[in-house]
Design a binder for this molecule. Structure first.
Ligand code: HEC
Length: 240
């Protein structure tokens, strides 16, 4: 075989292997980073919901509690405040969701769906578990979910969530006696679940990957071309 053919064959093979290896590593890294970023966004949304909860408990509830005898104001309920805040946020970011998913909720909109109930039951079976992160398809979109257990650790919760008899009359008037009772001290009754779209980050990773792969291939072709140019200069007799 002529030197040039051998050179092209071997360098071509080595470069192809190199591009394949670099491509595989880069693809993995880009998609891992994309997922990390989505987890970070999900944590931020969860933190926003939690901030709304504590704002309500600290700054809103004390001022409105005296109205409890006259009328029940859902605005004083941290779960309600967090849910409504994220509903408002979804006007700009409809692909993001937040739910205080509860097996036996006071407000029916908080009832767990099938997959949410599975998550709550994992937390109930393994009480040491503090979070679950996973992926699921949400319509045509792939989404990442981030869940934290809701545990009844404060006995004051039971005033409104143990029996209809202990709950404020104004609350019963608004919500009825059927739902959201029978919760127990230290029981995990539900989970806060955030979902965040994965597809945007994945698409961005794919775009960056396509550009990098193009650059790798270009580099390989340049190396091959330069090699051939140098071989050409040494002349056929010297190159043989
Ligand atoms: C004054 C009564 C009252 C107290 C005290 C109270 N809640 Fe609630 N809670 C409610 C009402 C009413 C709702 C339904 C609000 C709505 O319409 O979204 C609710 C909703 C919830 C929800 C959402 C699921 C559902 O049932 O609709 C969670 C979770 C929750 N409460 C947890 C707690 C925890 C934890 C505590 C103690 C730190 C607590 N609650 C204390 C009245 C109360």
């Amino acid at each position: 075989m002529r030197l040039r053919s051998r050179f092209n064959l071997w360098l071509g093979a080595v470069l192809a292997l190199g591009v394949a290896a670099a491509g595989t590593v880069t693809y993995g890294l880009l998609h891992r980073d994309a997922r990390d970023q989505v987890v970070q966004t999900a944590s931020l949304l969860m933190a926003a919901a939690e901030a709304t909860r504590s704002y309500t408990t600290e700054f809103i509830k004390p001022h409105l509690d005296q109205r409890l005898d006259v009328e029940f104001l859902p605005q004083t309920v941290p779960a309600f405040a967090a849910t409504e805040t994220i509903i408002a946020l979804r006007k700009q970011f409809p692909e993001f969701t937040y739910k205080e998913a509860v097996l036996n909720p006071t407000n029916p909109r908080d009832r767990t769906s099938d997959w949410e109930a599975d998550i709550v039951n994992i937390f109930r079976a393994d009480t040491a578990r503090t979070q679950i992160v996973g992926e699921r398809s949400q319509g045509p979109m792939q989404a990442l979910y981030f869940a934290k257990p809701i545990k009844i650790s404060n006995p004051t919760c039971l005033t409104c969530h143990s029996t209809a008899a202990t709950a404020p009359a104004s609350m019963i008037k608004l919500y009825g006696e059927a739902n959201g009772f029978g919760w127990k001290q230290d029981e995990i009754i539900g989970a806060q679940i955030v979902t965040v779209p994965l597809s945007f980050a994945d698409k961005a990773a794919d775009r960056t990957f396509a550009i990098l792969l193009g650059a790798f291939v270009l580099l390989a072709l340049l190396a091959l071309g330069t090699g051939n140019l140098l071989l050409g200069k040494t002349g056929p007799s010297a190159a043989r």
